[in-house]
Design a protein around this ligand. Sequence first.
Ligand code: MN
Length: 301
Amino acid sequence: MQQIRNFLDIPDATDAKVVVLPVAYDATATYLKGTAEGPGAVIDASAHVEYFDAELGLEPCNVVGIETHPVIKSSDSPEKFLPELTEIYSRIVAGGRFVLMLGGEHSITLAPVEALAEKREPFSILSLDAHSDLREEYEGTRYGHGSVMRRSREHVARIVEVGVRALDVEEARLVESDPGITVFFAHERRDADSIAEDVLEALTDRVYVSIDLDYFDMGIALSVGTPEPGGGSWWDALRILRRVFENKRVIGCDIVETRPAPGMVAAEFTAARLAYKLIGYRFCIGESVRHGGKKKKIAKG
Ligand SMILES: [Mn+2]
């Protein structure tokens, strides 16, 4: 049961630029259920996240206003639920605010992708995930967690996936044949800085970032909907993400598939920490160097 209503346990800012959107949904989960409890657990864990970000040297929550949207809950089919979520998302971003969505299973990412695609300003997607999620259909639906990037590809020209270590032969063929999909496989075991360079090259200027918690090593994300060994480290992920947030215009992001398990808080705390980190990267580093961002006037004297 969720104890805390607001992310970081701070009151909603009156001039919030960031909206934390918790989506309690796991209707298509095929391995482990329970990711519907994820967003509540992440918000509870966020009460224990330090406000001060040592890497950035400031308190992001005192630089940018944050508001937490009430939890959206559903057990409907994705065919019914996703259009509803798309509408909610569209309403929030219509005011120009930045949404950080907390899942919930990965299928929910299609809602922001469709809502942002409706604005007719092209963007690409960066996905950090153990799975390629490129199945045409899985377990009787085309809108489940295993198909989210396949469906998203119908709305964007480029998808870049990092950390993939589980996919089927059809998905592997699609990766081979579709020039709009670039995958950095976990088994290649490349250095994070060199991946970051290639990721920046493959992405367009405006980027939606989706992070499935199963991207990470199970040591820090022990409890997820679909676990896979061989995950990435915290610092390598942050290296790649920071480069992307510094060099691209990130238009929205999500952290999905957190699945709370009794007595184990590693996954939800990691997700909470990551969510705060992304807010810091988006709003508290070099607005002037960010692509498309407003240049800050520097007073001479
Ligand atoms: Mn996954």
